[in-house]
Design a protein around this ligand. Structure first.
Ligand code: GTP
Ligand code: MG
Length: 198
């Protein structure tokens, strides 16, 4: 499926603009700069499907990507959170939009919550984990940028993340470890997405 056509469908700055819920979806969530857009590109084998950047807060809308022709499922790149310099009303807007999206989207089969290997789960991440648990959206935590730390540190952060996942009702107990840079864990991530939308 990921070898076939994948196309940017639309960018929704508010929920009025999201597409009709006609096919299953998998969403990418995570802190600003965690590597959501990069992972989406690695997953789909495209270099610039989703815009990546060094400037945190690049993605501020919900971006929808169509996979397959005929359309098989959609990937949703969610706006990043936890950006320190974000104005308060933007943070509020993000919370309302994301919360409403998560609660009202029957076709959303799974969320992937990305966690930076260098930082592990932070307080800002717990906010979205709570939202997902309360909305009963099943999710899986994905460690990103695994290439940035030592193997021993990677084991530690993965284990700490798994401990947290096991305490959370809607979390998948197993953690995926990835690097968009080296391709580590990308085939496993593809399999996890396909399993979720099947
Ligand atoms: P926002 O849209 O701002 O929320 O950011 P994002 O989560 O989409 O992050 P993005 O994919 O734009 O990546 C942020 C920065 O991290 C970019 O400079 C990427 O090149 C870098 N990056 C992303 N993934 C990896 C990775 O696996 N390894 C390394 N070394 N760098 C990465
Ligand atoms: Mg992005």
């Amino acid at each position: 499926l990921f070898a076939g056509p994948i196309a940017f469908l639309k960018s929704a700055p508010t929920l009025e603009f999201i597409p009709e819920p006609t096919v299953n979806e998998v969403a990418f969530a995570g802190r600003s700069n965690v590597g959501k857009s990069s992972l989406l590109n690695a997953l789909t084998n495209r270099n610039s499907l989703a815009r990546t950047s060094n400037t945190p807060g690049r993605t501020q809308e919900l971006n929808f990507f169509d996979v397959g022709n005929p359309l098989a499922f959609r990937l949703v790149d969610m706006p990043g959170y936890g950006y320190a310099k974000a104005p308060k009303d933007l943070v509020k807007k993000w919370r309302f939009m994301v919360n409403d999206f998560l609660r009202g989207r029957d076709v959303l089969k799974r969320a992937l919550v990305l966690i930076d290997a260098r930082h592990g789960i932070k307080e800002v991440d717990r906010d979205i984990l709570e939202m997902l648990d309360k909305a009963a959206v099943s999710y899986r935590m994905v460690i990103t940028k695994a290439d940035k730390i030592k193997a021993s540190e990677l084991v530690e952060v993965t284990e700490a993340t798994a401990v947290e996942a096991r305490k959370r009702p809607a979390a998948h107990p197993e953690i995926l470890v990835t690097s968009s840079e080296t391709g580590l864990g990308i085939p496993e991530l593809r399999a996890a997405v396909i399993e979720a939308v099947r």
